[in-house]
Every structure is written in C-alpha cells, then in structure tokens.
Design a binder for this molecule. Structure first.
Ligand code: ADP
Ligand code: 5GP
Length: 202
C-alpha cells in the first residue's frame, strides 16, 4: 500500500485556512484533515472531535509527557498539538492528510518528515486580514490586536515553505491548493508509477 501524502498548511489566524480547507475537502473527498488537540475554548459552532479535540491544560501536559504529539506549539496563549498516532494511522492507510498548523509546528514537521509538502497561505493585505478576523466575530478587541501582531511576525516565515498561496477568493484558493496536491502526487520521486506491470517490474 502506497503511503499517503502529508501536507502542511500554515498562515495567520483569520487568513481563511479553515474556510478554504472545507472547500478543498469538497473537491478532494479522499483528503483527510488532521484534528489537533487544543486548550483553547471552542468557538460557537465548533464541535469537539471534528474541529479540534478541546482538552484541559492538565490533559495537554499529560499527552506531552507521554510523547503523544508529533509537534506542538503555544499560539496566542493556548496550546495546540498534532497527535502522532493519528498521523501515522492515516498515512499508513494510504490517505493524504493535511495538517493545518502554525509556523512553529511546521518547522518541527519539516525536520521530522522532510517529505511533507509545505504551503503558506497569506492574506491579500493586512487590512483584509483584520477585516476577516473582525468579520468572524469570535475574538474580542484585545485578542484581535494580539492575532494581528502575531500575523506580522508569522508572515516573515513564508520563505521556509515550498508554496505560497494568496487567499483572495475562497474557491480560487481551494482550486490552487487542489492543483498543488495533485501535482505533488504525480511526482515520480514521490513514487508515481505507470499502471503497467512490465514497466514496474524492471
Ligand atoms: P483561519 O482558519 O485561517 O483562522 P477562517 O477560515 O476562520 O480563518 O476565516 C476567517 C474569516 O474570513 C471567516 O469569517 C471567513 O468567512 C472569512 N474568509 C475566509 N476566506 C476569505 C476570502 N477569501 N475572502 C473573504 N473572506 C474570507
Ligand atoms: P485558531 O485558534 O485560530 O483555530 O488557531 C490558531 C493557530 O493555531 C493557527 O495558526 C493554527 O494553524 C494553529 N494550530 C492549530 N492546530 C495546531 C496544531 O496542532 N499545532 C500547531 N503547531 N499549531 C496549530
């Protein structure tokens, strides 16, 4: 069984990662989105086990001590982490898996799994990013300021990624991500082979 492709997507909070990923999954139903554990409070409409595993600080520290995380980071005052076993299980089953994680987590994954495809999503402008965070209506003024300040720092990290996509319009961005993933899966260096036994036996 061919292992699935691991895709890392980062970008500032509010740039539209979650929105674009929902559209991407509609285009690529086989693509799995990793569910992270976090100590952040759920936003209205977020569901435990679908959007995140919402856990306490003590639970997070226990998982960390057990070595359960492939990567983890403290972002905007809360802890976030990707569960190692889930990643291994999905990739071994042959499914492609997208991790939507911050730049510190991406750095850790790049080191541990250099075969991962890394994509950075940027907003068309800082003003557009601010409007999106305000429009989402899930953060108070102080948290919005904190996220914008972090965003300015995070934007500088785009050079460490293989791909940069600017999220101008949701459907166009989802189409772009789908084409990046499809292209990566056609790479011979990633194990793409023609469906001819005679060729593959050589
Ligand atoms: P993230 O997951 O990166 O934190 P979200 O997906 O929650 O961001 O999007 C933040 C807000 O921006 C949401 O209200 C969403 O509807 C809006 N949004 C996302 N993408 C776009 C876009 N291309 N143009 C305008 N608004 C967008
Ligand atoms: P939010 O609170 O807006 O859902 O996410 C805040 C930030 O945490 C985003 O940059 C998001 O990509 C990041 N994030 C979400 N899950 C993880 C994770 O498992 N690991 C890391 N390192 N970052 C994460």
């Amino acid at each position: 069984m061919k292992r699935g492709l691991l895709i890392v997507l980062s970008g500032p909070s509010g740039v539209g990662k979650g929105t674009v990923c929902r559209s991407l999954q509609a285009r690529m139903p086989g693509l799995r989105l990793s569910v992270s554990a976090t100590t952040r409070q759920p936003r209205p409409g977020e569901i435990d086990g679908r959007d995140y595993y919402f856990i306490s600080d003590a639970q997070f520290q226990r998982l960390l001590a057990e070595g359960a995380f492939l990567e983890w980071a403290r972002v905007h005052g809360c802890h976030y982490g990707t569960l190692k076993d889930k990643v291994a299980e999905v990739l071994a089953s042959g499914s492609d898996l997208l991790l939507e994680i911050d730049i510190q987590g991406a750095e850790q994954v790049r080191r541990l799994m250099p075969e991962a495809v890394t994509i950075f999503m940027a907003p068309p402008s800082m003003a557009a990013l601010e409007q999106r965070i305000i429009g989402r209506g899930t953060e108070d003024a102080q948290k919005i300021r904190q996220r914008l300040e972090t965003a300015r720092q995070e934007m500088k990290a785009y050079r460490s990624y293989e791909y940069l996509v600017v999220n101008d319009e949701v459907e166009a961005t989802a189409a772009l991500l789908a084409s990046i993933i499809q292209s990566e899966k056609c790479r011979v260096s990633r194990g793409a082979r023609p469906p001819l036994q005679e060729v593959n036996e050589v």
